[in-house]
Design a protein around this ligand. Structure first.
Ligand SMILES: O=C(O)CCC(=O)C(=O)O
Ligand SMILES: [Fe+2]
Length: 258
């Protein structure tokens, strides 16, 4: 299908249920085994930065309810790009570095907007198959993620003691998760947030209704080298990770989960 997600390099387009398995596993074979046993119960559409000649977005035809879709998504992409830059300024202040330290790393907007749909599902799917989730436990890969969820519930984040706690939806707010590149950048002063989507709090009937969410994955500009920020380590030996190119790191992580 012409709208389908194609490659980690492009990271754009539609992923049908069962295509991507979010997990903390890094090995593609291990992920495949897990995906075959308990596929994530979701479908998604990824929208990247518009205007990349090698990686066009897969826009649906502008007809019916979708008239104006492209413009709305592009505007939202821009708004979230600015919000990313603002949140990174706050993080810079928190780290004790110049407020605008991250600006030159975040101004391109190499970010991905993901529209997610978790279809209605029978409740017994979760009892028949223990370990079944809507989205498996994982951390996101970039700097931060802005996560907008509807009122259904089911999103959980892992607390430092290892237990998962509900990120109960609060109207007109978004959840901000730290990603793995931010952890590397900050030499683990900021840890990436492990999160997952499980069955929502139980309601009436024998099905859980559909859930919708939007994840805006923010990334350092794909051309940047991500290495421990000055001040986040004392001696050279305290650096926990080698420097890595942002774009290459993301491709590597995406390649394991699809
Ligand atoms: O749907 C959600 O609330 C979470 C989605 C998510 O974590 C992801 O797509 O990476
Ligand atoms: Fe996530």
């Amino acid at each position: 299908m012409s709208h389908s997600w194609t490659t980690p390099q492009a990271n754009r387009g539609y992923s049908a249920p069962g295509r991507e398995k979010t997990t903390s596993l890094l090995d593609a074979e291990d992920v495949k085994k897990l995906r075959d046993a308990v596929p994530d119960l979701k479908e998604s559409l990824e929208i990247g930065r518009e205007g990349e000649p090698d990686h066009p977005n897969h826009w649906p035809a502008e007809e019916g309810e979708l008239v104006g879709f492209k413009q709305i998504m592009m505007d939202f992409h821009e708004k979230c790009k600015s919000l990313h830059m603002e949140v990174m300024r706050a993080i810079a202040v928190g780290l004790g570095i110049d407020e605008h330290w991250f600006d030159g790393f975040t101004d391109v907007g190499d970010n991905t907007l993901r529209l997610l749909h978790y279809p209605e599902v029978k409740k017994d799917v979760f009892t028949i198959n223990p370990g079944q989730v809507r989205a498996g436990a994982h951390s996101d890969y970039g700097s931060i993620t802005l996560l907008f969820q509807d009122s259904r519930g089911g999103l959980q984040v892992q607390s430092p003691n290892g237990t998962f706690v509900d990120a109960t939806p609060i109207e007109d707010t978004c959840v901000v998760n730290a990603g793995d590149l931010l952890a590397r950048w900050s030499n683990d002063n900021i840890k990436s947030t492990i999160h997952r989507v499980v069955e929502p709090p139980s309601g009436d009937g024998d099905v859980y209704p559909a859930r919708y969410s939007i994840a805006y994955f923010c990334n350092p500009n794909f051309k940047s080298l991500i290495e421990a920020i000055p001040g986040t380590y004392e001696a050279e030996k305290d650096r926990k990770y080698p420097g890595i190119n942002s774009g290459e790191y993301l491709v590597q992580r995406l390649a394991a989960t699809y």
